[in-house]
Design a protein around this ligand. Structure first.
Ligand SMILES: *[C@@H]1O[C@H](CO)[C@@H](O)[C@H](O)[C@H]1NC(C)=O
Ligand SMILES: *[C@@H]1O[C@H](CO)[C@@H](O)[C@H](O)[C@H]1NC(C)=O
Ligand SMILES: *[C@@H]1O[C@H](CO)[C@@H](O)[C@H](O)[C@H]1NC(C)=O
Ligand SMILES: *[C@@H]1O[C@H](CO)[C@@H](O)[C@H](O)[C@H]1NC(C)=O
Ligand SMILES: *[C@@H]1O[C@H](CO)[C@@H](O)[C@H](O)[C@H]1NC(C)=O
Ligand SMILES: *[C@@H]1O[C@H](CO)[C@@H](O)[C@H](O)[C@H]1NC(C)=O
Length: 669
C-alpha cells in the first residue's frame, strides 16, 4: 500500500513538474469547460517565428490563385462599404507585427481574411477553430410585430433546443439565473431583449457583422447573429447563430436586460458561456494538445497523384469539414463551388414542433426534400445544400420530385435554400435547366461563364500537362481537357488555355486572367425533360440570405434570367436584404493547388507555396463567374436584392412550414 502510494505520488509529482503553469492541463478529459480556461490554454502557445512565416508564405502564394484579390481591394456599390481589404498590404503588416501568443496571431490573420466577406477565401487553423464550440442556451431571433416594430428576442424555442442538446449542462445555466429566475430558464423563451451588455442590441449584432465574414451583404452578416434552420441529410437542423454559438472562446458571459413574455418589468440576467469539446481530443497538457490537434495531417498538403505505381485519387482535403455542406464524394468531374465556414455543420436538431408536419414526398434525397402545402397548389423543395448526396442521386431526385409534384397538379413552387452554402456546380445548373426548360438561357449554359486567375505558375502547370504529359489520367484542374472556351468548344489536349493571358487593371493593379470559359456541365449525365416543369412567374426562392456559391449560381440565374421571385426571411427592415452572396464560380483550396503543383513537379518553383506546417486550410475562388448583365465584370459584387423581405413573427420564426405558407399567400395570389 505504502509503496503504491509512493509510486502514485511520484507520478503526480512528475506530472506536476511537467505541467507546472500549463493552463491546458485543467481542460484535459473535460467535455465542458469555462471559455476563460480555454483561452488561457490557447494563449499559452507562443508564436513560433518559423511557423508564422510558413503560414504567411503559404497563404500569400496560394492567394496568387484566388481570382478576387485585386477586386476585393475596393468593391463597387452596393458593396463599397463592405469589401475594401488590401490583403497583400495586411499580410505584410502581420509579418512585422508581434503578438502575445499564437492564438492572438491566429485571430488577426483569420479576421484579416474574413474582412473580404468572401466565404470562399478564408484561413482556418484547426488548432483553434471549432476544437471547442462556445455556447449560450438562449439563441436570439429578430421579430417584427403588426405595427412593423422590430425587437430582438430570445428564441421562443430556446429552452426546447437547449434542454435537448445540452442536457448535461443545462443545470449550470439554470443555477446561474438570479433570484426568482433561478431554475426558470424556460420562462425566458420569447423574452424581448432590451440591451446586450448594457447596450442597444444592434450594437452587438453589428459588432458581430464586422468580424463574421462569409457574405458581402451587411444585412446577411447581421442575420448570422440570429438562429435559423437548415435542411440536412435526414432532418431539419437548428443553427444557433453567432450569438449563441462561437467557434472560438471569444466571450465569457453576457448581461441581458429582458422583458419576459406577459411581463412589463425589465429584469437583468447574466449567463456564462460554456465551451464544449467538439472533436475527440485525447490530450493531457499543452504539448499533447498541440501534437494531436495542430500538426498537419496527411491531407493538409497536396500529393503527387502519380507518385505511386497506382494512381491515387487526390485525397479529400481538410477543407471538407469546414464546408457548409455534408461530406460528399470527391471527384474532379464533379466540380464544386462551396463556402468554408469556421462553424462546423450543425448537428443540433430543429425541435419537433417546428419540423414540417408531413413526411418528405417521393424523390426526396436527404438534403433535398419535397412537401406539398395544404393550399392544393404549392409544392416545396427544401434544399439545404447542393452536395451531401451522390451527384446522380441528387439529379434524379430533383427530377423525380418535381415531375411528380407537377403530376399532382402543383403549379407553384417554393425552393427553400436557407443556409445552403453550395456544392456541385452542375447540380445547380441542372436544377435551373429542369425548372426553366430548354431555352437560350439554359442550353448549353445554365450557369455563369467564368475566368481563372492566371499567374505565371498556373501557365507553367498547364505547360507541364500539355508538353510533358504530366496528367495522363485527367486528374488535374489545369488539364485543358476539363474545360471549354467561350463558344463552349473543348480545348485540345495540347492547348495551353492560359496563353495568352488576358491583361486587366483592377483597382489600379495589373492582373492576369484566363480567357473566358464556357460551361462544362452539358450534356448532363442523364437527359433533362424537354419542357419547363414550372411557369417561372410561380417560382419563389426563399432563404435567410445565407445562400452561397452553387446556391448563388442557381438563384442568380433563376432570378436575373428567368424572373423567379426571391424572398429573404427576417432581417433588419431598414437594411437592404440580398437573396444570396459569395457567388464565386468554382472554389478550391491550398491542398488542391498543392496537388496540381506536386503532380507536375513544380514544387521547387519560387512561386510554389511550401508545405504547410500546421493543420490549416486556405480556401480560394479558383474560377470567378461573369455577370449576367454583359458588363464583363464579375457577378460577385453585383446587387442581389430580394423581391420580398418577409418579417418574422413568433408564429413564423424558425418554422419552415409556416414560412412557406406565408410566402405562398403573399406571392402567388
Ligand atoms: C401570455 O399570455 C397569453 C394570454 O393570456 C397566454 O395565452 C400565453 O400562454 C402566455 N404566455 C406565457 C409564456 O405565459
Ligand atoms: C488517450 O491517451 C491515453 C494516455 O496517453 C491512451 O492510453 C489512450 O489509448 C488514448 N486514447 C485514444 C482514443 O487515443
Ligand atoms: C491518412 O491517415 C489516415 C489515418 O490517420 C489513414 O487512414 C489514411 O489512409 C491516410 N491517407 C493517406 C492518403 O495516406
Ligand atoms: C473556341 O474553339 C473553337 C474551336 O477551336 C473555335 O472555332 C472558336 O473560335 C473558339 N471560341 C473562342 C471564343 O475562342
Ligand atoms: C500582358 O502583360 C504582360 C506582363 O505585364 C506583358 O508582358 C504582355 O505583353 C501583356 N500582353 C498584352 C497582350 O498586352
Ligand atoms: C527543381 O528544379 C530543377 C530545375 O530548376 C529541376 O532540374 C529539378 O528536377 C527540380 N526538382 C524537382 C524535385 O522537381
Amino acid at each position: 500500500m505504502f509503496t503504491r502510494l509512493l509510486a502514485f505520488l511520484s507520478i503526480v509529482g512528475y506530472a506536476l513538474s511537467q505541467n507546472v503553469g500549463d493552463p491546458c492541463t485543467k481542460l484535459a478529459g473535460k467535455k465542458w469547460v469555462d471559455p476563460r480556461d480555454l483561452r488561457a490554454c490557447f494563449q499559452s502557445f507562443n508564436v513560433d517565428q518559423a511557423i508564422k512565416e510558413n503560414i504567411i508564405e503559404v497563404v500569400s502564394k496560394t492567394l496568387a490563385f484566388h481570382t478576387s484579390v485585386n477586386y476585393e481591394i475596393q468593391a463597387p456599390p452596393p458593396f463599397d462599404k463592405d469589401v475594401h481589404e488590401d490583403l497583400v498590404a495586411d499580410l505584410a503588416r502581420i509579418k512585422h507585427e508581434s503578438y502575445p501568443s499564437d492564438y492572438d496571431l491566429h485571430i488577426d490573420l483569420s479576421r484579416t481574411l474574413k474582412r473580404l466577406n468572401d466565404g470562399h477565401c478564408v484561413w482556418i487553423n484547426s488548432c483553434y477553430v471549432s476544437s471547442y464550440l462556445n455556447f449560450l442556451p438562449i439563441p436570439l431571433v429578430l421579430l417584427t410585430d403588426e405595427s412593423g416594430k422590430q425587437t430582438v428576442n430570445i428564441a421562443p424555442e430556446a429552452f426546447s433546443v437547449a434542454s435537448t442538446e445540452f442536457s448535461d449542462q443545462i443545470q449550470v445555466w439554470q443555477d446561474a439565473l438570479p433570484g426568482v429566475l433561478k431554475g426558470k430558464l424556460q420562462s425566458l423563451n420569447g423574452a424581448e431583449v432590451l440591451a446586450i451588455n448594457g447596450q442597444e442590441p444592434f450594437i452587438a449584432v453589428n459588432a458581430n457583422a464586422a468580424i463574421t465574414g462569409s457574405f458581402q451583404g451587411f444585412g446577411t452578416r447581421q442575420n448570422s447573429f440570429f438562429s435559423s434552420y437548415q435542411r440536412s441529410t435526414n432532418t431539419f437542423n437548428y443553427l444557433p447563430g453567432n450569438f449563441a454559438q462561437q467557434s472560438l472562446p471569444l466571450s465569457d458571459s453576457v448581461v441581458l436586460d429582458i422583458v419576459r413574455v406577459n411581463n412589463t418589468k425589465p429584469e437583468q440576467i447574466t449567463l456564462p458561456y460554456r465551451a464544449r469539446i467538439n472533436t475527440a481530443l485525447n490530450f493531457t497538457n499543452g504539448a499533447s494538445y498541440r501534437s494531436i490537434n495542430c500538426s498537419p495531417t496527411n491531407t493538409t498538403n497536396g500529393v503527387d497523384v502519380y507518385a505511386t505505381r497506382q494512381t491515387v485519387t487526390p485525397p479529400s482535403s481538410d477543407a471538407i469539414k469546414f464546408q457548409q455542406a455534408p461530406p460528399m464524394p470527391q471527384s474532379k468531374k464533379q466540380l464544386v463551388n462551396v463556402m468554408l465556414d469556421a462553424t462546423p455543420l450543425s448537428n443540433v436538431v430543429l425541435p419537433p414542433e417546428l419540423q414540417p408536419p408531413s413526411r418528405p414526398l417521393d424523390g426526396s434525397f436527404g438534403v433535398g426534400s419535397f412537401y406539398d402545402l395544404d393550399d392544393g397548389k404549392t409544392g416545396v423543395l427544401a434544399l439545404g445544400s447542393f452536395s451531401g448526396a451522390d451527384f446522380n442521386v441528387m439529379q434524379e431526385g430533383m427530377l423525380k420530385g418535381l415531375t411528380e409534384m407537377k403530376a399532382r397538379g402543383k403549379t407553384q413552387l417554393i425552393v427553400d435554400v436557407t443556409n445552403n452554402g453550395g456544392g456541385f456546380i452542375c447540380v445547380a445548373h441542372w436544377l435551373h435547366r429542369i425548372i426553366a426548360g430548354p431555352k437560350d438561357t439554359t442550353v448549353p449554359q445554365a450557369g455563369l461563364d467564368t475566368k481563372a486567375r492566371n499567374p505565371p505558375l498556373a501557365r507553367a502547370i498547364v505547360n507541364e500537362i500539355v508538353v510533358n504529359n504530366r496528367d495522363p489520367q485527367l486528374q488535374l484542374l489545369y488539364n485543358p481537357l476539363q474545360w471549354n472556351n467561350a463558344s463552349n468548344q473543348p480545348f485540345g489536349a495540347k492547348e495551353n488555355w492560359l496563353i495568352p493571358p488576358v491583361n486587366v487593371t483592377i483597382n489600379g493593379r495589373p492582373d492576369q486572367f484566363s480567357q473566358r470559359l464556357g460551361q462544362e456541365c452539358q450534356p448532363f449525365s442523364s437527359p433533362p425533360p424537354d419542357v419547363a416543369l414550372f411557369d417561372i412567374s410561380k417560382v419563389a426562392i426563399v432563404s435567410n440570405g445565407r445562400c452561397a456559391s452553387s446556391c448563388s449560381l442557381f438563384s442568380v440565374t433563376m432570378k436575373k434570367l428567368e424572373g423567379a421571385k426571391t424572398v429573404v426571411v427576417g432581417g433588419k427592415k431598414d437594411v437592404q436584404q440580398e437573396y444570396c452572396g459569395t457567388v464565386g464560380g468554382q472554389s478550391t483550396d491550398f491542398a488542391t493547388i498543392d496537388t496540381e503543383i506536386k503532380t507536375v513537379h513544380l514544387k521547387n518553383d519560387s512561386a510554389a507555396p511550401p508545405d504547410l506546417k500546421v493543420r490549416g486550410v486556405q480556401g480560394i475562388t479558383w474560377r470567378l463567374g461573369f455577370a449576367l448583365d454583359n458588363s464583363g465584370e464579375p457577378e460577385e459584387w453585383k446587387e442581389h436584392f430580394a423581391d420580398l423581405n418577409l418579417p418574422l413573427t413568433p408564429a413564423l420564426v424558425n418554422n419552415p412550414n409556416a414560412i412557406w405558407k406565408e410566402v405562398a399567400s403573399r406571392l402567388f395570389t
